[in-house]
Design a protein around this ligand. Structure first.
Ligand code: AMP
Ligand code: GLY
Length: 433
């Protein structure tokens, strides 16, 4: 079988490696891929000239490379309906349909779906008129709120506010997101510990993959601006068996049957972002794909041929196969260009040193993201450049290995930035025991 993965970041690199491990898979094409995706694995081939938004280009590659399955791994491609469009051309595609993925690309529809099926959510209201939104805030007074553009806004469409004035300001900013901000939500701010949980769904049944915890802010101690994710740990210890049971009963089961009732059965990877609050688990959001950098710490724990797993999802046979996950803990740390997520233009093109030495350490994997390779020379080509993943029997061992490997890497003129505290909550939990 030949597989094509759409994307260029760490998640897609992890997926390409996971497919390549399958005995049934002969080659994995990645459009466009990055400077590390095709470095160490002869089965993986990049198509740097075919970008993620070049649908016709992707279809051409499918023909040229005799592709049997396309994994639409990435949010924009899913929202653009690539799964439907590929299937309409007779090409087998993995991922939710455009209608099913409205759960991710339309926060207003998503919240109204959750409300309709009585899923646990924060109090919220949806607005498209600035004046009534401000009147609502006026009534609420000074309190923690989240103002959210309904559409995809490059991860920037969510603003946290603590006072009325900040909330008015955030409401005014919604315009700057263009169409994505025409409708926006005002939500009660939840207090608690966040985690993610991933479920593999075939439209009727689901299997829970591991939980994880992302670290979104740029600097240690959860300070600084929000980013696409600076690192993650899987499993997340806050997601105990009891919490997972609660998630199944109050979220996953009603979601699967609700989506079926709405005529949008959910097939693909479901990513739940949730918070454990004093009033139980509440939903922050759903995404319709693996997380990045969560895929990097979960995919290698799946103890079944991934091609077989995806095939079972597509053919709605999940209940017929046995799926297990290993017991290891994995940590990923994003190696970033100094200045990320603000201005990191001056780092573009700078050489990244020590990657290959770090890769050779036992228990270490490195996935590429914004990285370029010419010959054996690696250079910065984005904000998040690569992820170092370390595995161990627990978070303390995984973290030690990850940071030992990270310390071998540098960028010309001291331009490497990474957080040094990924996994801190679980490290503290274990140390207290
Ligand atoms: P999102 O773009 O929806 O993932 O939101 C970004 C981040 O904002 C989430 O990861 C949470 O940390 C936070 N967040 C969003 N909505 C809420 C909420 N209602 N209460 C508390 N935190 C939230
Ligand atoms: N880890 C955040 C995301 O994938 O959206």
């Amino acid at each position: 079988m030949n597989v094509l993965v759409i994307g260029q970041n760490g998640r897609e690199h992890a997926l390409a490696e996971t497919y390549a491990k399958s005995k049934r898979v002969k080659k994995v094409i990645i459009t466009p891929g990055n400077g590390l995706t095709d470095l160490n694995n002869k089965k993986i081939k990049n198509y740097p000239e075919v970008s993620m938004t070049n649908f016709d280009g992707i279809v051409n590659v499918c023909e040229k490379e005799s592709i049997d399955l396309v994994d639409v791994a990435q949010d924009d491609s899913i929202a653009a309906g690539y799964v439907n469009r590929l299937q309409a051309l007779g090409i087998k595609a993995f991922g939710p349909t455009q209608k099913a993925s409205q759960l991710e690309w339309d926060k207003a529809w998503s919240r109204s779906f959750m409300q309709k099926y009585d899923l646990p959510i924060p109090e919220y209201r949806s607005f498209s008129d600035i004046k009534s939104a401000k009147e609502y805030v006026q009534k609420l007074g000074d309190r923690l709120l989240f103002i959210k553009a309904y559409g995809l806004a490059f991860g920037k469409g969510v603003i946290r506010t603590e006072t009325k004035e900040q909330a008015y300001d955030a409401i005014d900013q919604m315009k700057s997101f263009g169409k994505a901000g025409e409708t926006f939500l005002i939500e009660e701010g939840l207090i608690g510990e966040e985690f993610s949980l991933f479920a593999i769904c075939d439209g009727k049944d689901y299997v829970i993959a591991k939980s994880a915890q992302d670290h979104k802010t740029a600097f240690d101690n959860d300070l600084g601006p929000n980013t696409g994710g600076m690192g993650s740990v899987a499993p997340a210890l806050v997601a105990t068996n009891q919490i997972i049971k609660e998630v199944e009963d109050t979220i996953l089961k009603p979601l699967m049957s609700g989506m079926e009732k709405e005529g949008r059965p959910y097939k693909g990877i479901l990513y739940l972002g949730a918070m454990v609050t004093s009033r139980g688990v509440k939903i922050i959001e759903f995404n319709c794909r693996w997380g990045d950098p969560e895929a990097e710490v979960i995919l290698s724990s799946i103890e079944i041929d991934y091609y077989d797993l995806v095939d079972a999802v597509i053919n709605q046979r999940l209940s017929k196969i046995k799926i297990s996950f290993d017991e290891k803990t994995r940590i990923s740390v994003a190696g970033c260009a100094n200045g990320y997520p603000s201005d990191y233009t001056k780092v573009k093109g700078k050489e990244i040193l020590g990657l290959e030495t770090a890769m050779e350490k036992p228990g270490i994997t490195i996935f590429g993201s914004g990285i370029k390779r010419v010959g054996k020379k690696f250079s910065a080509n984005g904000g998040r450049l690569f992820y170092v993943i370390g595995e161990g029997k627990d978070v303390i061992e995984a973290r030690k290995k990850t940071y030992e490997a990270m310390s071998l890497i540098s960028i010309e003129d001291d331009n490497l930035h990474y957080r040094t505290d990924i996994g801190w909550r679980d490290v503290e939990r274990l140390q207290k025991k």
